[in-house]
Design a protein around this ligand. Structure first.
Ligand SMILES: Cc1cc2nc3c(=O)[nH]c(=O)nc-3n(C[C@H](O)[C@H](O)[C@H](O)COP(=O)(O)O)c2cc1C
Length: 207
């Protein structure tokens, strides 16, 4: 789409409690880096106390593991980025509060128009096959629109989309932790990283 020489910065900002959204995020990073992008991968932090986290099996352990691996996203990360890919586990067909709290920290960026014209894309994980992954991806389009970002869907731009994922962004479903992310779903995620890197690179030349 455009030359691999033009530097392009991508932020992958995700939340994950059990690791499925994280697995997609890592593949998106791989796809974006293969397309020549510089990537910052960041995990939104918990917004409830550890007392509440302790009531859900594995939450504290998983959060501690991931928080040691990934920094928390900052508004400086978003400002640095030419494109942002937001990922979340679904919460009742919607974005998680943890990722939304990060998005809600962007009021100042919105006010200054800092995100206008940058690429924005979304991915998600559900428990059930039809548990709301498309609606979760689309719900996040709302804040991309308000920030003035150029929404980058996947469509069926790669044949793997006929086998996994959605035209709105990469997805997986965990069957309550009993199903790992499939190879085809990971392939969609890699394609998303490549596609957003390519589109962000072109958009950068227009800003
Ligand atoms: C409060 C809450 C609401 C949820 N709502 C849904 C839902 O609407 N549909 C669904 O399929 N799964 C739902 N889930 C399951 C999670 O989406 C699933 O565990 C998650 O996608 C796993 O991703 P992760 O491994 O990245 O945390 C919900 C889980 C919680 C805790």
């Amino acid at each position: 789409m455009s030359d691999m020489q033009t530097p392009v910065n991508l932020l992958i900002a995700f939340y994950s409690r059990d690791g499925h959204t994280e697995a997609l995020a890592k593949e998106i990073q791989a796809g974006a880096e293969a397309a020549g992008a510089s990537v910052r991968i960041r995990r939104a932090r918990e917004i409830v106390s550890r007392d509440i986290m302790a009531k859900s099996d594995g939450w504290i352990e998983n959060a501690d593991r991931m928080n040691a691996l990934y920094e928390a996203p900052t508004t400086e990360d978003a400002e640095w980025a030419d494109g942002v890919i937001f990922g979340t586990p679904t919460r009742f067909g919607n974005v998680s509060s943890e990722l939304k709290a990060y998005v809600d920290s962007m009021g100042g960026l919105w006010f200054q128009g800092k995100m206008v014209g940058k690429a924005g894309s979304t991915f998600s994980s559900t428990g059930a096959l039809h548990g709301g992954n498309e609606s979760t991806n689309i719900t996040m389009y709302n804040f991309l629109a308000h920030l003035g970002m150029i929404i980058v869907p996947l469509g069926y731009a790669d044949p793997v989309l006929f086998e996994a994922g959605t035209p709105y962004g990469a997805t997986t479903y965990s069957l309550n932790g009993n199903r790992p992310v499939s190879d085809k779903e990971l392939e969609v995620a890699r394609f998303q990283g490549k596609r957003v890197a390519e589109v962000a690179r072109v958009l950068k030349t227009l800003r």
